[in-house]
Design a protein around this ligand. Sequence first.
Ligand code: SF4
Length: 91
Amino acid sequence: MEHICLCFYISYENMTKILNIARQHCANWNAGKCIGCVFNRRHNKLFVSLDSDLSGKPCVVEKGCDYFEYVVIPGIADKKIKDSAKLLRKT
Ligand code: SF4
């Protein structure tokens, strides 16, 4: 029974940590909701658009977020935080 509680605790801790990393490093974070501004590349040009699946909705980083994976994590300067984000993200 203690083992089950410990697993829940670790899982909750990880979720909290990755949400904190998103809160501190993702430009789309807005009080727990996502602005939904994403980059797209077409014909060798970079476009910015609002992703209706993300915009105005609660942050989904703990379920997996492409923007977090491909834009936020590479931009984190602190190696410890970057490594933590890589470990904690859903793959
Ligand atoms: S869902 Fe993704 S893009 Fe939106 S705030 Fe969370 S980490 Fe950032």
